[in-house]
Design a protein around this ligand. Sequence first.
Ligand SMILES: [Zn+2]
Length: 249
Amino acid sequence: MSRGLFQKSAIAPRTISVFLLDRTIGIRVLYKPIKNVYLRVSPDKTITLSVPKRTSEEKVEAFLKDKRGWLEKQLRKMDRREDPNEEFSLSDGEIVRFLGQKRVLRRLRASKNETLFFSDPFEIRLCLKDPTDDALAHRTYRKDGRLVLENMIVACVDKWMPVFEKRKVPRPEIRVRKMRSVWGTCAYKKGVITLSENLLRAAPASIEYVVLHELTHFLYHAHDKAFYSFLSLHMPDWKARKTKLTEKD
Ligand SMILES: [Zn+2]
């Protein structure tokens, strides 16, 4: 079959892989009896491009190149909506997730800005000099939440370090940051593990899994068989802990 002939009848849908933000996304291209080009991002982040029949490959690629900025903006917006910490408005009476539990947030007027995470088993008390100040509420919650999370992470590292020290892995530097779409990363050459602030909402067992996962990268850089056998040997229920990370309820 000549290439010309093939192009003429190329109306079956196809998928183009494009690198957007921090991920590779397959964009489905549909050839339809239409006049204009339509680009759609679905809530599940699949991207569909509908083009008139017989639109050339070059035109499709040029169009996607042109729309790259717009596509990344849409994906970023969806990421943000998915980010459970960003979802919280931290208004009085709101249900927030904290260390795998649901708690009622209380905004209270106080002489000091502080978040009391452990003064009540069902509530989180957000004490603020001005309880109507949303920005202050977010700042205070974020600052105090980080401390709680950092302490938990340090406890996990303390627990697991003996296993790694035996294999000549020095204690890494731990950083907690706002991260998009990942729970953690390991820069094994620099000896740094970076973990997401969003882990504050995860159950302690799941936080421990993320810490062990990143520590394991000092021994096995890739997600290969050796990586997973090491993980399974030391934490047989790691899959269940991982699944819980993304559960909404
Ligand atoms: Zn990994």
